[in-house]
Design a protein. Structure first.
Length: 346
């Protein structure tokens, strides 16, 4: 993590050098020179609130009985890992799963709640894609961007939501006791068993998400909303530091589709998210120089803050596990009322 943090700092330094020296981007340099410090401070504070919202969502989803300090250490270490490890956002979930298993939480609960955590923190993004995609695409809200693109993304987001909702019905039909005709194929049996276990975790994770929403679990729901809302507000503060933010609907929609660049398996999505955000904002009417300056400042804070706090949290987490061998054991047995999808060991 220290090596990757050093690499991230080197990339920031190279980017700053390029902005300061490259010809043809004088307007971007002027914007940085005229930036309003107060809004840059607000950018940092809002991004910190987003990080803390992630921690709250983690605690609310995995176990409300978890200690806040332990939840902070795991949640912040996950965010630091997502920035520093090129795994398309899966590195943090893997770290959290390992820590919770070491801490005494049942593997079945970890698997399904990891799915639930991913879904719950993705719901605000998909809902915004659906709502603003339809509003912009249908012309209900005026926008300088292409209406067809908005309609396509809105329709795709709607389709994904429908698939996720109906997913448990299909996955629950998987027979956990059926190994297929090739019982002498040990590798095949293990692979099929792994696939059934994954199917069960996916189905249970989707059901857990519905359960958390029906029970209105405050930490999980408010944390998931705050994780996106504060991050979006941080980007708006970055625009305020350099100029004026774009119209609200186009701004939110461009933010949502621009974040898809983070799916590229690069450390922190570096390159992918910047290109996605700048491109989406430019398509929907933001001047290119303003979009470039605002997004770069926002990304420095969005990457740097979790990298620093996450690395410190990771060191604290190691000491926590040494002092207390089972900080997550108090969450067992589970009290959520859902059946656990088990594959018999044999």
């Amino acid at each position: 993590m220290a090596r990757r943090a050093g690499l991230l700092a080197l990339l920031f330094a190279i980017a700053a050098l390029l902005i300061a020296t490259l010809p043809g981007i004088g307007e971007v340099r002027e914007l940085f020179g005229d930036a309003r410090p107060g809004w840059l401070v607000a950018l940092g504070l809002l991004e910190l609130c987003s990080c803390l919202s992630y921690v709250a969502a983690f605690k609310g989803v995995f176990c409300a009985r978890l200690d806040w300090r332990f939840s902070y250490e795991v949640g912040m270490a996950e965010q630091g890992t997502n920035v520093l490890v090129p795994a398309g956002g899966l590195g943090g979930l893997a770290l959290g799963a390992w820590v919770l298993r070491q801490g005494g939480m049942a593997p079945e609960r970890i698997a399904r709640r990891s799915v639930s955590f991913f879904l719950l923190t993705s719901i605000p993004n998909f809902l915004c894609a659906v709502v603003f995609g339809i509003l912009l695409g249908s012309g209900v809200v005026a926008s300088p961007g292409p209406r067809l693109l908005a309609l396509i993304f809105g329709a795709l987001a709607t389709a994904v939501v429908i698939v996720v909702v109906v997913l448990p019905r299909g996955l629950r039909r998987v027979d956990p006791d059926h190994d297929g005709p090739l019982r002498d194929d040990a590798l095949g049996v293990r692979l099929r068993r792994l696939a059934r276990r994954a199917a069960g975790a996916l189905a249970a994770g989707v059901e857990d998400t519905g359960l958390l929403l029906r029970r209105r679990q405050p930490e999980a729901i408010l944390g998931a909303i705050g994780y996106m809302a504060f991050d979006l507000a941080a980007l708006a503060a970055s625009f305020a530091a350099f100029g004026v933010a774009p119209p609200f609907a186009a701004f939110v929609f461009a933010y949502v589709i621009g974040q898809l660049g983070g799916l590229v398996p690069l450390p922190g999505g570096i390159g992918g998210i910047e290109g996605g955000l700048i491109g989406a904002l430019a398509i929907y009417g933001t001047p290119l120089a303003l979009a470039t300056a605002a997004v770069l400042a926002y990304r420095v804070v969005q990457l740097g803050l979790p990298a620093i706090l996450g690395s410190v949290a990771f060191l604290q987490l190691r000491r926590t596990l040494l002092r207390n061998e089972a900080p997550a054991a108090l969450c067992e047995p589970a009290d959520d009322g859902l059946p656990i999808f088990r594959v018999p060991a044999r």
